[in-house]
Design a binder for this molecule. Structure first.
Ligand code: BGC
Length: 520
């Protein structure tokens, strides 16, 4: 039974026996190793906020920022001292990752997913070493740019690797492990900062920055042993190798159905000369392009990184002491990890839409609760010095529910969904757009958050809530379910969708499903 019948009938996704196979140990170990790619991204998200609040680090590299902070005596809690230079240093990584993701697209397509992962790990390692040894601000910046390049390559290639390698009915489970590693990276980094800040002599920041090398080494070693994905092998003309690999990872001899689908996708790919031109110009890729832009945009406009980057500042503002606010940041970090496991367990059972919609509603409720609580106590002036303990605890609980909502929906699915919806011929370019938009908005949110808080006050949480409403409506009306649909059969979801089907009737450069039928 070839793949073509399914492409046109649209029934494939409902029957998991269509691709025979088992969940082999080989594929499980491979996927676990690849998911480690999330660690470097997570470690970086978690580490920079803490390091830039360590006094010895600031004194050494940003003396004027340090003195201004010391002299800041304002009691307006909304308008904390804000240094654009310092945030620019932190977020330079995201700009580097943005640019790198476009180069990664070519490398991932031409040389395979594995090489991009390995390259990302290597560059990241060099960046971590330079940062740990920094004696001058230029070393810090060069180091951060290299880290950003590493993240750009890893985030571009790892989600694709996971989605292509997984058996399709476990794709959600394994892809979400990438997000699990991100959350573990964030948590470990927060804990390290907490302990290293206490090191006498003030050189703890070197440890915080240097230990980023550990996840990088893990990725380099893992990718050394990984095989590439069958889809990428076929795409690069190594069909026999792909067949042997498919037999090994699926644990059965009969892999014809899956192999033929990949082959059909590759034949379409051959008709597409330039993936960039196609993704932007051809109408039939419009739904995929829209998703690759809007999903990362919405993921960042949930405001999650306000919590990830500024939790200690936020918790200090609402009345915790220094230690307690770092501890509360660790608590939200633990919730982030645990709640991601819900998605690992249920993305393939309940489907992506259920999680997206539930997570959206949950985030909305608790964002409004936080806005109401802060608005009630801080008013519009923000001039508060004493706040009751119960208040701080209730805010932390609400933030935990908000983080949990993100962690089982838009967090993991913001990486899973884009990586599984692109057709082979534009998959690499599509994923680069996804990474670039994600990094751009991570950068913007980090850069303007403190300034926005100062002007919008508690209304800032309503601002993010507004986007959560938009994205939940968008999901309800425009995001088709992808659970249990083989990756090379994904075009069927657009063809059957009430809105997107209007884009699917035109052939692209002659490469549409009808071409597939004729070819097989
Ligand atoms: C997002 C990051 C975020 C992290 C939090 C990821 O999916 O891309 O921006 O910091 O989740 O866990």
């Amino acid at each position: 039974m070839g793949g073509v019948g399914f492409a046109v009938s649209g029934s494939r996704g409902d029957d998991p026996t269509q691709y025979p196979g088992k969940l082999t140990w080989y594929v499980v170990m491979t996927l676990m190793a690849a998911a480690m790619g999330g660690l470097i991204f997570g470690y970086d998200i978690g580490i920079s906020g803490g390091v830039t609040s360590m006094a010895p680090f600031l004194e050494k590299f940003f003396p004027s920022v340090y003195h201004n902070q010391m002299d800041d005596t304002s009691t307006n809690q909304y308008c904390k001292f804000d240094s654009q230079i310092l945030t620019l240093f932190t977020s330079s990584l995201y700009l580097a990752a943005l640019v790198a993701s476009f180069f990664a697209s070519t490398m991932t397509k031409k040389f395979g997913r594995r090489k991009s992962m390995m390259f990302g790990g290597l560059i990241f390692l060099v960046g971590a070493i330079i940062n740990a040894a920094a004696v001058h601000i230029s070393m810090l910046i060069i180091g951060r740019v290299l880290l950003g390049i590493g993240v750009g390559f890893a985030n571009q290639s790892v989600p694709l690797y996971l989605s292509e390698m997984s058996p399709y009915d476990y794709r959600g489970t394994f892809n979400v492990c990438f997000q699990l590693m991100i959350t573990i990276g964030i948590l470990v980094a927060n804990l390290f900062n907490y302990f290293f800040a206490k090191i006498e002599g003030g050189w703890g920041w070197r440890l915080s920055l240097g230990l980023a090398g550990v996840p990088a080494i893990i990725i380099i070693i893992s990718s050394f042993f990984l095989s590439d994905t069958p889809n990428s092998l076929v795409d690069r003309g190594r069909e026999e190798e792909a067949k042997t690999l498919l037999k090994r990872i699926r644990g059965v001899e009969n892999i014809d159905a899956e192999f033929n689908d990949i082959l059909a996708a590759k034949n379409d790919a051959r008709l597409v000369q330039n993936q960039w031109q196609n993704i932007f110009k051809s109408r039939c890729y419009r739904p995929q392009l829209v998703m690759s832009i809007l999903i990362p945009f919405f993921q960042q406009l949930t405001g999650i990184n306000v919590i990830m980057f500024y939790a200690p500042v936020l918790f200090k503002t609402i009345g915790f002491g220094s230690d307690a606010s770092l501890m509360s940041a660790v608590i939200t970090g633990v919730i982030n990890v645990l709640a991601t496991c819900v998605s690992i367990g249920f993305a393939d059972r309940w489907g992506r839409r259920t999680l997206f919609l539930e997570g959206g509603v949950q985030m909305l409720i608790f964002q409004i609760a936080v806005a109401a609580l802060i608005g009630a106590k801080f008013g519009v002036t923000g001039d508060v010095t004493e706040l009751p303990k119960w208040f701080a605890i209730v805010v932390v609980i609400c933030i935990c529910f908000y983080v949990a909502g993100f962690a089982w929906s838009w967090g993991p699915l913001g990486w899973l969904y884009p990586s599984e919806i692109f057709s082979l011929e534009i998959r690499s370019a599509g994923q680069s757009v996804n990474v670039a938009v994600n990094m751009l908005f991570t950068f913007l949110v980090a850069q303007v958050f403190l300034a926005l808080l100062c002007t919008m006050k508690f209304g800032l949480f309503i601002f993010f809530a507004f986007f959560v409403v938009l994205m939940t409506l968008f999901c309800y009306f425009f995001m088709p379910e992808t659970k249990n649909i083989p990756i090379e059969e994904m075009t069927q979801i657009w063809r059957e969708h009430w809105y997107w089907k209007r884009f699917m009737d035109q052939p692209v450069n002659g490469a549409n499903e009808m071409t597939r039928i004729e070819q097989v």
